[in-house]
Design a protein. Structure first.
Length: 139
């Protein structure tokens, strides 16, 4: 059985039909996750991120299966406030803006009793500790 299968898509702009590829779910095997939740997969061919966006060969319009023109489409997303605060802090940390990162990591840690995502709180605490250790080493 092939890792990829063909999927027929109708372009939202030019209304032309075209074929794109998608990874069969049984072949998707994440082996590692970064601190920003980026996943790495056992096989490059079975990496669903490479097939997430499809591009119309007729007009060049690019979209995902979840694409929506509705402005309220993001209201019911699966990302919690704690996860979003953590991710903002992690992005600030990677940009070298430790002061802003600490602010967001502190907001995550402050919500530890309100959330069921204890792993995210622990990750925020770890990143906060890393920043402290780096500052101590730089002095």
């Amino acid at each position: 059985m092939d890792v990829l299968y063909d999927r027929t898509v109708t372009c939202l702009v030019c209304k032309q039909t075209y074929t794109t590829k998608k990874v069969r779910s049984r072949f998707i095997r994440p082996v590692q996750h970064d601190t920003d939740f980026c996943s790495y997969y056992a096989s490059e061919e079975a990496n669903p991120l490479l097939y997430y966006v499809h591009v119309c060969p007729h007009c060049g319009f690019a979209a995902t299966e979840e694409f929506s023109t509705e402005t309220d489409a993001f209201i019911h997303t699966h990302m919690s406030e704690v996860r979003l605060l953590y991710l903002i802090g992690e992005l600030y940390r990677r940009l070298g803006k430790e002061k802003q990162a600490v602010i967001y990591f502190s907001r995550v840690i402050a919500r530890k009793k309100e959330t069921i995502e204890k792993g995210i709180v622990n990750m925020a605490y770890d990143r906060w500790q890393e920043i402290r250790e780096e500052k101590k080493g730089a002095q």
